[in-house]
Design a protein around this ligand. Sequence first.
Ligand code: ASP
Ligand code: MG
Length: 467
Amino acid sequence: MTLVMKFGGTSVGSASAMRSTAELILTYREQFGNVVVIASGMGTKPIKVTDLLLGGANAAADGDTDTYRQNGALLRDINAATIRELLTTEQKAIIAENDAMIGRFENICQAVSYLGELSPRALDAVGGLGEQMSVPIVAALLREMGHDAEAIDATELIVTDSHHTNAAPDFAATQTKAAARLRPILDRGGIPIVTGFIAADADGVTTTLGRGGSDYSASIIGQVLGADEVWIWTDVDGVMTTDPRIVDNAQSIPTLTFREVSELAYYGAKVLHPKTMRPCVEGNIPLRIKNTFNPDHPGTVIMEHAAASHGAIKAVTAIRDLRLITVEGKGMMGVPGVAARTFSAVADADINVLLITQASSEQSICFATSAGTTESTLNALETEFVDELKNRDIDRIWAMNPVSIVTIVGAGMRGTAGISGRVFTALHSINIIAIAQGSSECSISIVVDDHDASPAIKLLHDLIVTQ
Ligand code: ASP
Ligand code: MG
């Protein structure tokens, strides 16, 4: 059996976290036989190594040569302290290896500051250094504990296109490369420790899979190796019924379907890198989310056909600070193509639409976008409908003040009568501005004033707890 396990920033964020991580790796290797580990860069709140690296590079591009130097010095301190606490035999070698990476970071930043320009390719070269520093530490720690572990740079495994900062994997090429590199290690009983987040294009140039992309690295490797399970180790007990900062009796959800997780991620729950699911769906590989700091908790299992408890609402989430844009006019009725023109104008302006509603009277179309794009959305629509606005076929195009989309998710709602009744009864004290239900019937989204979002979440969460 093969298990791919990804350890996030906090799971490798300190010497003690790394020690627990090493113990977990060994425990589950006993159970599964083969374990492949993917690790993120160190990330103990509030210091996240990837942020220090990218922040330094961005500052350098703006001519600030202090930030990257300070960040470099800080990284040297953090890494050396962690390594000294964990390693003896390999201490010197790993500190030197880490120092060389930091030296590279400083050199690139210096070049960036001279040029006054930061290319996406340079951003990837810098961003991936966090993983390239943490992985050798974990591998050396396991070796010092008496096990055969090897640090592997994912540029040797994952092949992507050259779309820097958000590269897409070539699965066929990755399968060949990853199997050739990883199988011999597994066959001799070794443990590969692989950098998350980074990959390389066909020319071998470093790319990254997007921020938070280590989750995706794990599912890519899981798929190409035909793993039996992929586990994401993080610092919470799996996917929660809602944000525990809003509702204190938020609970961990035992099982979710891939579809439910996609819906949750889309509507603002920060669960996994959004592309993580696809390789697992294709490989039919269960994906488990577990807590490094509470490893006995079963966490959440995500699979194709998770128990869809009948009628159940599983989670409630929200995206805040959105704007509801309305195109309104009595003359719109029966004018063909208003919806098509509205959304193509919005798409041409590169604006992401999160929710759409149109009443059947056809007198208005309304949709939600993020606050930052309000101006450009209104401009795009005013240009598109300049004639209709003049003729008064369209009366006005306007944006409503900060709103939130509150979404409840649960595949078991499909075909179950009475769910929306329960939802709207629970929300009787809240003013509902718009409603949308996907035809998948896997979620219901409600638009409310920003101030009403937390109260709405609390009321809806009570439905989950009491159902
Ligand atoms: N270290 C990368 C980031 O911060 C990738 C990850 O943590 O998943 O985005
Ligand atoms: Mg993450």
